[in-house]
Design a protein around this ligand. Structure first.
Ligand SMILES: Cc1cc2nc3c(=O)[nH]c(=O)nc-3n(C[C@H](O)[C@H](O)[C@H](O)COP(=O)(O)O)c2cc1C
Length: 482
């Protein structure tokens, strides 16, 4: 499989094409130091054989925030060195930190914007990026990733809504890219030519008057011209459309652009893959082979492989799926895809992040603060002697399913559904032995079965299947209701 072909990124050889993009964990204290929980979280990805681990956004400055990692002072380097070493000792995974500068936000709803920055303050930010990258190198990380996505400082310069009118002017593409160019030059000077420097930016801003993939192609091209070693794409996540909640600092993932950034269960799979593909093909045509990371609701190994085979991406980014099951790469490599704990995109992780609470996955057994350990004990879950006895009823617009509890160490149940004679898909994972399907439509035949799974993802055999044809509403009946 192409997924398991190694890739050389400026001397950093990643063992496969699976990348976990940065995901804030809230596991560090307010002091911003690497602690044991942080180490455990990233070592777990290494155990699962993730090719490139991007450590959550860490601050390059000392501005106040909730629990967030920092790399803003030499005092933080020892902790990062420990983290990098532990990951390297675990497997062939490579590890880079995502370094971020963000501006001030107040509980009143006020926020600092880039037009408020003086030239001296801008110079300081450039220096802070360079210093943080040097610390990343000192700590033994394999490279560094510049955070130029979402609502943060670098992304605000690149934005089509950049309000500045000086050398960093939002009126021109060159003006918008000036800050990134300065940061990249300063970082490169500090770390040298041989240290991989990646960048994350938005394929689309997804806000009113924000930029689209057309600008993103040029941004990617400039990054390639500047010697960025890999390009990781995200989407949305802006302050401009964030929803203000009384007494709470603005969280940039509460509006429509936030939905697009971490698309929930109501979005189809791969909603952004076409954007990464367009950007990749544009820079390739211009003669640059910088690897492009595609992310956004990619979880099925067949989809992931398909994107690589079709030349739509060079690396597959999976954030929530790898949080749910860090063993995804190992299981796929070993042909154990039916043991993958599939992300259901419920966004519990996102809500935890928003509320400054430790980020974990809804699908993990309740008491766990990290993904379940690799070792499995005992047998996989099994149905009782008389089977799962899955049954389905249609009432008041929804199909209600219930079944018997499975025996064994059950972590949850996957619910599978097919419409008419179409493909079977896992539509939900639930903890209890019942499920309400509220997205069904009259006139369609639905077929269901469920499987119990344990914390390691090992499943029972499928339950019995049930099939229901929902009545097609008659125009005459609808008229009567009116
Ligand atoms: C809890 C959480 C924290 C995140 N933190 C970051 C972050 O620190 N930096 C970043 O660039 N993206 C962050 N993201 C966005 C993800 O990296 C990713 O782009 C997004 O979740 C879509 O990918 P997915 O569908 O594979 O989850 C975060 C997402 C989640 C759910």
């Amino acid at each position: 499989m192409k997924l398991f072909e190694p890739l050389d990124i400026n001397g950093m050889r990643i063992p496969n094409r699976v990348l976990v993009p940065a995901m804030v964990t809230r596991l560090s204290g307010e002091d911003g130091h690497v602690n044991q929980d942080i180490i455990d979280r990233y070592v777990r990805y290494a155990q699962g054989e993730v090719g490139l681990i991007v450590v959550e956004a860490m601050a390059i400055h000392s501005s106040k925030s909730g629990p967030l990692l920092r790399i803003s002072d030499n005092a933080f380097v020892a902790g990062h060195a420990d983290l990098a070493r532990r990951v390297h000792e675990t497997s062939g995974s490579k590890i880079v930190p995502q370094i971020i500068h963000f501006m001030k936000v107040a509980r009143s709803g006020w926020r600092q914007t880039i037009d408020m920055l003086s030239v001296d303050e801008i110079d300081l930010i450039v220096q802070q990026f360079a210093d943080a990258a040097a610390r990343a190198q000192d700590a033994g990380y394999d490279g560094v990733e510049l955070h130029s996505a979402h609502a943060y400082t670098l992304a605000s310069f690149v934005s089509k809504r950049n309000p500045r009118r000086d050398a960093y002017s939002g009126r021109t593409m060159e003006g918008r890219l000036h800050m990134f160019g300065r940061v990249m030059a300063a970082v490169r000077k500090q770390v040298g030519d041989d240290f991989p420097v990646g960048a994350r930016f938005l394929a689309e801003e997804c806000i009113k008057d924000g930029y689209t993939v057309e600008d993103a192609k040029l941004i990617a091209l400039r990054m390639a011209q500047l010697g960025v070693d890999y390009i990781s794409l995200s989407v949305g996540g802006k302050f401009e459309d964030a929803v203000y909640r009384e007494g709470q600092p603005l969280y940039p993932y509460t509006g429509y652009s936030g939905d697009r950034c971490m698309p929930g269960d109501w979005y189809p799979p791969l909603p952004h893959a076409h954007l990464a593909a367009a950007i990749k093909s544009f820079i390739n045509e211009k003669g640059y082979a910088v690897p492009v990371v595609s992310a956004g609701k990619i979880s099925d190994p067949v989809d992931a492989e398909g994107l690589l085979q079709a030349g739509m991406a060079d690396i597959i980014g999976m954030a929530r799926q790898l949080l749910a099951d860090p063993d995804w790469p190992k299981k796929v490599r070993q042909g154990r895809t039916d043991e993958i704990v599939r992300c259901i995109y419920c966004n519990v992780c996102k809500t935890l992040d928003e509320n400054f609470k430790e980020v974990h996955c809804f699908l993990w057994p309740k008491h766990l603060r990290q993904a379940p350990p690799v070792e499995t004990v005992g047998d996989a879950p099994a149905w009782p002697k008389d089977g799962a006895r899955l049954q389905a009823r249609f009432k008041k617009g929804e199909i209600k399913l219930d079944w018997s509890r499975a025996a064994g160490d059950v972590a949850g149940y996957d619910v599978y559904r097919a419409e008419d004679d179409g493909q079977v898909r896992c539509v939900e994972a639930v903890k209890g032995a019942r499920y309400r399907d509220m997205s069904v439509l009259g006139g369609i035949t639905y077929t269901y079965y469920v499987r119990a799974y344990d914390a390691a993802g090992r499943g029972s055999v499928p339950s019995n299947t049930v099939r229901l044809t929902l009545p097609l509403p008659q125009l005459a009946d609808l008229e009567e209701v009116c």
